[in-house]
Design a protein around this ligand. Structure first.
Ligand SMILES: [Zn+2]
Length: 359
């Protein structure tokens, strides 16, 4: 009855299994029955959510033996990453680099104590301050990593190192010393966020009995919101995986919402976090409390385009080109609602750069 595996299946796989309703579980089982294991395997792998799919199928006792085997591979792989990170953080401590924190995807996985197998990205991100950056090349080469100019656009705020030693395949450690992920994202006032970023290393937590430093959950949620909005423009790849992080932080950790709300207010990122929280709630039924949103939320939730994002493709792995203009207009609107003067300033800056580059 299904020609292709519907998006719902993947959304269910990215939800915490315990949070799925009976109807959703039946729905998922029904979809699964319609396809052979191989198709599920290949498509989930292509979307880089294979361990999550395997996890759910084990949980639902569907071909458990087969999917446990798949999930185990990731468990072993990811435990190797933890062992490596522990060594790396110990080394960084020894050279006095203690303003470093595990962030974003793997940071969320560890800080929410989620299933260690449910991670398949080949990238782990660390946030750090700008001091001692010159030490990084030597430290990373001791661990068999080499610096690589993978994305020229991140050069001004991040360094990316790769190695095949840790997990037997290409694996990246990215150090980032500014809270943004795309060079062209000038459309917000960086000063507030940079100030927040610098002070965020003072209040961190350690992962279990290791030296791995992580942000406290409230701060982690704040950074995830910035990262999703300014680094991935809400819906770019890896799509739903970004929202699974937000969902897990909210479901599994104690978020200090009063503090969160004050931070987004003070730093003028309310609209952005509103959009992220709104989409997380729509995609993964995240229980976002009312006081999590800024006072502008009423504008966000009535935006037609944002609600169409939810209905046309909750996974957003394939963003249709015909929607591109609408999407850009939506982004501009979000920015204008957040900070009008900054939009103008940034457009002028772009214009100026264009002018002096003219030859
Ligand atoms: Zn798992």
């Amino acid at each position: 009855m299904y020609k292709e595996i519907p998006n719902e299946a993947w959304v269910y796989a990215m939800t915490i299994p315990e949070a799925l309703s009976k109807t959703q579980i039946n729905d998922f089982k029904d979809i699964y029955k319609n396809f052979d294991k191989e198709k599920f395997f290949l498509e989930a792998k292509k979307m880089k959510i294979l361990p999550n799919v395997a996890h759910l199928l084990c949980y639902l006792d569907c071909d458990t033996e087969n999917w446990t085997e798949v999930h185990n591979i990731y468990e072993i792989r990811n435990k190797k990453i933890v062992v490596f990170l522990n060594k790396l953080f110990t080394k960084l401590n020894n050279v006095g680099m203690n303003k470093v924190c595990l962030a974003e995807n793997f940071g969320t996985l560890l800080s929410t104590n989620s299933c260690i197998g449910c991670f398949s990205s080949g990238d782990v991100d660390l946030y750090c301050d700008e001091l001692n950056l010159d030490l990084l090349d030597n430290i990373m080469s001791e661990f068999g990593f080499v610096w690589s100019d993978r994305h020229t656009r991140v050069k001004s705020f991040a360094k990316e190192y790769k190695s095949t030693d840790v997990i037997g395949e290409e694996f990246w450690i990215n150090f980032q010393w500014k809270p943004m992920t795309r060079k062209k994202t000038h459309l917000y006032d960086q000063r507030f966020i940079l100030k927040r970023y610098k002070s965020s290393f003072d209040d961190v937590i350690l992962y279990k009995n290791t030296s791995i430093r992580m942000f406290n959950p409230t701060m982690a949620l704040y950074f995830n919101c910035i990262h999703i909005s300014s680094g991935h423009y809400y819906i770019l790849s890896p799509g739903i995986r970004l929202y699974a992080d937000v969902d897990r932080l909210i479901r599994k950790c104690d978020i200090d919402w009063e503090k969160f709300n004050k931070m987004i207010d003070d730093d003028n990122i309310g609209i952005r976090s509103d959009v992220v929280l709104h989409l997380s709630k729509k995609f993964l039924l995240t229980d976002v409390p009312k006081n999590a949103y800024s006072e502008n939320y009423s504008k966000v939730k009535t935006t037609k385009f944002i609600n169409s994002l939810v209905t046309f493709n909750p996974l957003i792995f394939h963003f249709p080109k015909r929607k591109k203009i609408k999407f850009i207009l939506f982004l501009v609107r979000v920015e204008l609602q957040s900070d009008c003067t900054n939009v103008v300033r940034s457009l002028l800056r772009r214009f100026w750069v264009l002018l002096i580059d003219w030859n």
